[in-house]
Design a protein around this ligand. Structure first.
Ligand code: MN
Length: 263
């Protein structure tokens, strides 16, 4: 379904890509990949800081990621206010994205998900830590944000800026924060990066649980995590993105659309 303002929005955004795929197409692809890989189900979302307007971000209307089309993409200010709703219903938790973009000028894309593999690490006190080289992006310490600490008993949904800013403060300069009894956030410099990190965060959670059932776990050392992140290039994200596009039935646009080319 195409929203009432979709034509105007797409006209505004389409020329930014030299290679054919618009930012909205890429955001749709990110949604479809996360759904295909089981990181999101009917819930969870991914956003992109607007390439031409850094004080805005792009996020679908409230819809399951598997179903999202370019006409569903809306624009928001960094206070979470919809700029072009046109009757479309936004996600109640869009404030998560708003507060992270507000706090982190380096962040160009954000994922919020309820990955079942990740949830146990937010509710047991057992830290989620990298056990495998592909999963080093979470860093050596993954914080757990508990909404109850400052907001008491709530329905756990982050539906206003004060809660979202508290979550963003817990994230700090990191790429991942867990949300107790809810899910997690993954922030980064491009859609490819946050999709990659979300999928490998989920894999690490599965592997860590499996390994812990066998015996004491040897985690990556702080030095190993630093070395992996220092030597990783954008090609890693590209190679994975092409593979996931194929699996999700989405066209692959070879050039990264935003973020540093060499990371
Ligand atoms: Mn949520």
């Amino acid at each position: 379904m195409v929203g009432p303002n979709a034509a105007g929005i797409l006209a505004d955004n389409a020329p930014t890509m030299a290679t054919g795929a618009s930012p909205f197409d890429e955001l749709v692809t990110a949604n479809r990949i996360l759904a295909r890989e089981g990181v999101v189900d009917a819930f969870g979302h991914v956003s992109l800081r607007h390439p031409g307007h850094p004080d805005r971000f792009c996020l679908s209307r409230a819809r399951a990621p598997e179903c999202i089309e370019p006409g569903d993409i809306m624009q928001f200010g960094l206070d979470g206010a919809a700029l072009d709703a046109g009757g479309r219903k936004p996600y109640a938790e869009r404030f998560i994205h708003a507060a992270i973009y507000e706090a982190r000028p380096d962040v160009l894309a954000v994922v919020h998900n309820h990955s079942p593999a990740v949830i146990p690490f937010g509710i047991t006190g057992t830290p989620l830590r990298p056990v495998m080289h592909m999963c080093a992006s979470m860093g050596v310490e993954v914080p757990v944000w508990d909404s109850r600490t400052h907001f008491g008993d709530t329905n756990l949904l982050v539906t206003a800026m004060p809660m979202a800013r508290d979550l963003a403060a817990s994230l700090g300069t990191r790429s991942v924060a867990l949300m107790r009894g809810h899910g997690c956030v993954v922030a980064g410099g491009s859609l490819r990066e946050v999709v990659f990190n979300s999928i490998y965060l989920q894999l690490n959670a599965e592997l860590q649980q499996r390994a812990a059932a066998l015996g004491p776990v040897t985690f990556l050392s702080d030095g190993e995590v630093a070395a992996i992140l220092r030597t990783r290039s954008s090609f890693t994200f590209e190679r994975a993105w092409e593979y996931w596009c194929q699996r999700a039935g989405r066209p692959y646009d070879e050039r990264p659309m935003e973020g540093p080319l060499a990371r």
